[in-house]
Design a protein around this ligand. Structure first.
Ligand code: SAH
Length: 358
């Protein structure tokens, strides 16, 4: 794979164009073109400069391979192809306050959570900063957005991958996403979800990017959490809570816990009471979601009634919480499912082709 031009910050782009013997304003033109989601071959610069760039950089680091639209709520799912043929997925959800895109930070994942489809085949590789950013740039363009009137106004790092397992690239991506003059998304409109990598959570608090820190909790006790989240063998819930408190002290931002309700695992009344006791008085919010069943996994979801009962117990005990509606359920379910089913479909097609050949 060649290098990714979208990895470069504006300053790095200026240095690059100067090294190619071009004037500074060319860097500005390139930067604006890229931020509009253009390919290098479409940039409004001389063909000599385009060719010089194309020798070293990928023309289209992220391409929309397929788009699925939910008839139910207008949610769109995108299957993206990277320049080396790897696939990641993204989702665009429409809310009253704007359009939120869910982006992936890694191809696959090595965290091994038992309910998640992204981690089924382990980690393939990290995405570069520019590959993460490009997911937003190409969707903004495909949806008719511009830099002035963006079609993507919010971002959540909740696609495949563990953002803090790809720390440097993710931080670089966030700086480029929030920088003036580009797509310029406010940190307040960005949520980063982590399974709870404590050292990186603490380190991130000092980066000066006051986004919404979201932690996947999914259990109230360490021994229960270990059953579904292997990362719990490294960090205890108490350490995670301390890292969250640190984040709040540094940024003034309240933090969010994700809690997926799994039948027979974490959703009895006693769990709700224990969760309320654990979080009482903390500047946090709880997002409940009914487990999205993944066909390769045996874990089952809860009824809507049980989910509301769980929510009720939290609220009665003074915890700020919401039950998230699951969006786009008719177009391929949870994290990693789209890529997994595409890989499976294509593997089946390859098998068939091989059968026919032999
Ligand atoms: N690695 C990050 C981002 C992952 S995906 C993290 O762990 O937070 C975003 C959220 O979806 C996480 O809270 C994750 O635990 C949750 N999730 C993954 N698979 C799910 C499923 N099948 N049903 C419900 N939530 C799921």
């Amino acid at each position: 794979m060649k290098e990714i031009l979208q990895d470069l910050s504006r300053e790095e782009l200026i240095a690059l164009t100067e090294s190619l013997g071009e004037k500074k304003f060319r860097a500005e033109q390139i930067y604006l073109g890229l931020m509009q989601g253009k390919k290098i071959s479409e940039l409004p610069v001389s063909s000599a400069l385009r060719e010089a760039l194309l020798r070293r950089f990928e023309d289209e680091p992220v391409k929309i391979l397929e788009t699925f639209v939910s008839a139910a709520d207008g949610t769109k799912k995108f299957l993206f192809a990277l320049a080396d043929g790897n696939l990641v997925e993204g989702v665009l959800m429409r809310y009253e306050y704007g359009n939120t895109q869910c982006v992936s930070t890694q191809v696959g994942c090595r965290m091994g959570c038992k309910f998640c489809a992204s981690t089924l085949n382990g980690l393939v590789r990290n995405l570069t900063a520019g590959e993460i950013l490009s997911q937003i740039l190409v969707v903004n363009r495909a949806e008719g957005g511009s830099l002035k009137k963006r079609a993507v106004t919010n971002a959540v790092l909740m696609g495949s991958g563990e953002p803090f397992d790809n720390y440097d690239n993710v931080v670089k991506f966030l700086r480029n996403l929030t920088r003036e003059g580009g797509i310029c998304m406010s940190a307040r409109n960005i949520s980063l979800s982590t399974c709870g990598l404590v050292p990186e959570m603490k380190r991130f608090a000092a980066e000066g990017i006051p986004l919404n820190l979201t932690v996947s909790l999914h259990a109230v006790a360490d021994e229960e959490r270990r059953r579904t989240m292997p990362v719990s063998n490294r960090y205890r819930i108490a350490e995670i809570l301390e890292a969250c408190a640190h984040y709040f002290r540094r940024t003034g931002r309240r933090y969010i816990f994700e809690y997926s309700l799994i039948a027979g695992e974490n959703c009895d009344e006693e769990h709700a009471l224990a969760l309320a006791a654990l979080l009482k008085g903390k500047p946090c919010h709880v997002n409940l979601i009914r487990l999205n069943e993944v066909k390769e996994r045996s874990l089952r979801t809860v009824t809507e009634k049980d989910a509301y009962r769980f929510l009720g117990v939290l609220e009665k005990n003074g915890i700020s919480a919401t039950l998230r509606r699951s969006m786009g359920g008719d177009i391929g379910g949870a994290c990693g499912q789209l890529r997994a089913s595409y890989l499976e479909k294509n593997a089946a097609a390859t098998d068939r082709a091989e059968e026919i050949r032999s």
